[in-house]
Design a protein around this ligand. Structure first.
Ligand code: UDP
Length: 327
């Protein structure tokens, strides 16, 4: 069996990656502390419960499975929270990743696929972002991810660790078979919050800021379907297996939608009213984050096939109605 160590495999994106790995013939070994992940999302390979900062536990898992690669998803990922409690982000994301990277190098597991974020770019005046844009994060979440990118670069230079870094734009949608989906506790992301509001499971959605310098005053984001995103990870893994070396790729659809546009699409897809109110800006939010890169397409051969807002919302809605984790 060819094992891949998937940190955060019990989380939203990690669990979808495990499904994709299994379909591609690998055995995903989930390493997750289950603080924000769900045990019942681990369906495609074994679960090893442990913390990123627990070096002894990591060493034991590397020893037992001899994974050919690490896919590192485990992280705290809420922009708002990172502004209130940056220390948690630096400890969990940066220190935790450092411990993991050291354990991987020591275990001679030299292929590393890392989940980074477009939040590392920060504010850029109305440009489409490519991988060479300066990284000027405006929130602690983005800063923590940029720091991990730096650690990877250092460890590549000194220890020959090969890495592919994916900078995600806004990930949405769910497994179309609804085996797994997006569920955070607490939830802070736009699409699941909106579906809960549509369903009456929580109060009206609050739009965070209507005075941005955009056509309708609300923030613009580039949404990418989680299934397309994890497909890129399989291509990234093969890239490393083929010895193609270190590379950074944006993963986005290249199209931006405002919060109001997402609300409008959700109304159309679900055929239900979306209750919402308008509120102040959320600290740490950029005005516009849209990918302008074709590198993943050109070099990895990545062809997103589900990254329309309609499909993302329809798949998320299907999961929302059918899928449940015990909570
Ligand atoms: N957003 C919003 N209300 C919410 C949650 C999010 O208006 O309750 C907006 C947020 O300001 C951002 C976009 O929706 O412009 C996407 O936010 P999310 O938290 O889903 O992802 P992020 O862009 O922070 O990674």
């Amino acid at each position: 069996m060819t094992h891949v160590l998937v940190t955060g495999g019990a989380g939203y994106i990690g669990s979808h990656a495990c499904k994709a790995l299994r379909s591609a013939g690998y055995t995903p070994v989930t390493y997750d502390n289950l603080v924000t992940g769900w045990e019942d999302a681990v369906k495609f390979g074994p679960l090893e419960q442990g913390d990123l900062q627990d070096r002894a536990c990591l060493d034991e898992v590397f020893e037992r499975y001899s994974p050919i690669a690490v896919m590192h998803f485990a992280a705290l990922s809420q922009v708002g929270e990172s502004m209130q409690d940056p220390g948690r982000y630096w400890h969990n994301n940066v220190v935790g990743s450092l411990v993991l990277i050291e354990a991987a190098v020591e275990a001679e597991c030299q292929n590393f696929v890392f989940s980074s974020t477009c939040a590392t770019y920060g504010e850029h005046d109305n440009v489409l972002l490519d991988e060479d844009c300066p990284q000027m994060p405006i929130n602690a979440y983005g800063a923590s991810k940029r720091a991990i990118e730096d650690i990877l670069e250092n460890f590549s230079a000194s220890h020959g660790l090969n890495h592919v870094i994916f900078r995600y734009f806004n990930v949405a949608g769910a497994d179309p078979e609804a085996e797994i989906g997006e569920f955070h506790q607490p939830e802070t992301h736009l699409v699941p919050l909106m579906l809960d509001a549509i369903d009456g499971k929580r109060d009206a959605l609050t739009i965070f800021g209507t005075d941005y310098d955009t056509p309708d005053g609300t923030c613009i984001r580039d949404y990418v379907h989680v299934m397309d995103l994890v497909d890129a990870h399989i291509l990234g893994l093969k890239w490393l297996e083929n010895g193609k070396g270190n590379r950074i790729f944006n993963l986005g659809s290249g199209t931006g939608f405002s919060v109001r546009e997402v609300i409008e699409h959700s109304r159309a897809v679900t055929n239900r009213v979306v209750p919402f109110t308008e509120g102040p800006r959320r600290p740490g939010d950029c005005t516009k984050l849209v990918s302008g890169s074709v590198r993943a397409d050109r070099e990895l051969g990545w062809k997103p096939s589900r990254s329309t807002l309609e499909m993302m919302i329809a798949d998320a809605w299907r999961w929302h109605q059918n899928g449940h984790y015990d909570r």
